[in-house]
Design a protein around this ligand. Sequence first.
Ligand SMILES: *[C@@H]1O[C@H](CO)[C@@H](O)[C@H](O)[C@H]1NC(C)=O
Ligand SMILES: *[C@@H]1O[C@H](CO)[C@@H](O)[C@H](O)[C@H]1NC(C)=O
Ligand SMILES: *[C@@H]1O[C@H](CO)[C@@H](O)[C@H](O)[C@H]1NC(C)=O
Length: 399
Amino acid sequence: MYLLCYIMIKLFILGVLCQVTTTLRLLDVQVPTAVNSDDPVWLNCTYDLESDELYSVKWYKNNVEFYRYLPSDDPPAQKYKLLGVYVDLLQSNLGHVFLSRSDLNTDGTYRCEVSAEAPSFQTERAERELRVYVLPKGGPKIIGAKSQYSAGDKVDIKCLAAPSKPPAVIKWSVNDDEAPKVYLYQLENIRHKNGLQASQKGLRFTVQPSHVLDGILKLRCTAVISQAYSMSSEEIIVGNTVRASGLYSSADGPTIDGGLSKYQVGDLVNVNCSSNKYRKPATLTWFINDKKAQPISLMHYPVAEHEGGLKSSILGLRFTVRGHHFHKGEMRLKCTATLSKVINTTSKETVIGGHQQTSGLHIFETSSGNNNNDKSTQYSWRNLLKTVIILFTLQLYIQ
Ligand SMILES: *[C@@H]1O[C@H](CO)[C@@H](O)[C@H](O)[C@H]1NC(C)=O
Ligand SMILES: *[C@@H]1O[C@H](CO)[C@@H](O)[C@H](O)[C@H]1NC(C)=O
Ligand SMILES: *[C@@H]1O[C@H](CO)[C@@H](O)[C@H](O)[C@H]1NC(C)=O
């Protein structure tokens, strides 16, 4: 009897060992790093089952499940309601999920989890960040500009960008040169209910004769949107007894070196995260179980320079494993690399006629002289023609 039991246990262990060598592998999780609000999104999860049979493919956003595909279920695909996740079941298949549109609530961390059938029940997972951006609708507006300034006058105007996410950075230029810092003053962003922000910046200076070139003073304001656009991540999941899940990496993601496959309480974790090579160094961030690692655990190294002006960043993580690092017997270490991209700017130019050219054209001076009839009668046809030409030029510049 004991012998039989012993043999059965042996066989069982052998069976488990065999399974380990033939289980599924997660090959790639494709989630766009950044999309513009309203864009449709594909979330693709590719895996190799090897000799295993598929039990399920599940998708989670910020740890909440919104889609599962179980071949044994009827129908096999199901979706669950989740804010900002618009699954189109007809177009989705197996691991590939189609979101028919996106909005600001779509922003988040998406995880694909693939499990094999009994007896292995092997589960592999990987996750990706998806950022949703909202580009401004239209250019920034210049507010408070008078139609005419003469030397000695005070210019005090502000530029208001159209609402966007992230908020735009505003730049002012005077006659095509960047405005000196002393001319600028900060104003708080205007927060809109839908989560968008409109940034604004003031410009204040006294007009000098040198500002007025050929009778014209050109003021332009530019709104620049910069997107953190490549948030690629790699995750190692380690168990306190055995490796709980595979190591996942992708071509563009940062890599983790120096990790052991198994850690126990009291062990020292000493790993490096290295980014790919980029023109501007990527910002690396370490996460332990989805929480940002404490600064004390981080080891900073200088950016490595490569051929062609390319740079790669390295960030170390060093800490001693404590019991609280394990959740349900596993600890997850992840590193993300973030790059910034300057999305194009939207800009608008205001051209203000200098006093030489516009003298007498008081129509510019105040917002409107509609009820000021005696003033408008002063205009000669010649002046009126000038007004039309200047208005036309203004129009051209604004275009
Ligand atoms: C994701 O899968 C869909 C359907 O199979 C395909 O049309 C789409 O191109 C894939 N996306 C990527 C980024 O591979
Ligand atoms: C991490 O990278 C730094 C700089 O290249 C190196 O000095 C250090 O030994 C590395 N540590 C590990 C654990 O690989
Ligand atoms: C925005 O685009 C214009 C023309 O398309 C280009 O001249 C300008 O340099 C771009 N600005 C930035 C900040 O990329």
